[in-house]
Design a protein around this ligand. Structure first.
Ligand code: ZN
Length: 152
């Protein structure tokens, strides 16, 4: 069985090198920019949320460390086509795992995202891994005209 740390590095390396859903989305109806001043990561997440609350399209752009970019890439892959409430639910689960409030075994909904749970042992990298999620949360909550969020 492959070491978890190897898998973690492989997934991050691959998604950072070739991020999915990268670019500007034309005519988004929600968007937000997130800043992580501690590391210098900056990401903008664009969404199209349908009338029934489904996130039908999502893209992101920006620049940052490998963890922030890989996390955003995995996030966009995972949430496309999902209802808004489910996106918030996954965000909460990921947040809890990164903050060590729950274990990966308790959050099967994280699926592939679980490989990023390794950051929980490196508190300074948690903000890199959760930046995309804080950004999408802000976009969903108040991003009709665009909004910004900064990790503290
Ligand atoms: Zn970072």
């Amino acid at each position: 069985m492959a070491d978890v740390r190897d898998l973690y590095q492989e997934v991050i390396f691959e998604h950072n090198k070739n991020p999915r859903n990268f670019g500007v989305l034309e005519n988004p109806n929600r968007f937000a920019t997130g800043h992580n001043p501690l590391c210098g990561d900056q990401l903008t997440v664009y969404l199209i949320v349908d009338d029934d609350g489904t996130v039908s399209d999502v893209k992101f752009e920006g620049s940052g460390c490998a963890i922030s970019v890989a996390s955003a890439s995995l996030m966009t892959q995972m949430i496309k086509g999902k209802p808004q409430e489910e996106v918030e639910h996954i965000f909460q689960a990921f947040h809890d795992v990164c903050m060590k409030e729950r274990d990966v075994e308790e959050t099967p909904e994280l699926e592939k995202l679980a490989v990023l749970a390794g950051v929980r042992d490196f508190p300074s990298r948690v903000k890199c891994a959760t930046l995309a999620w804080h950004t999408i949360h802000a976009a969903l909550e108040r991003g009709e005209q665009g909004t910004e969020v900064t990790t503290e």
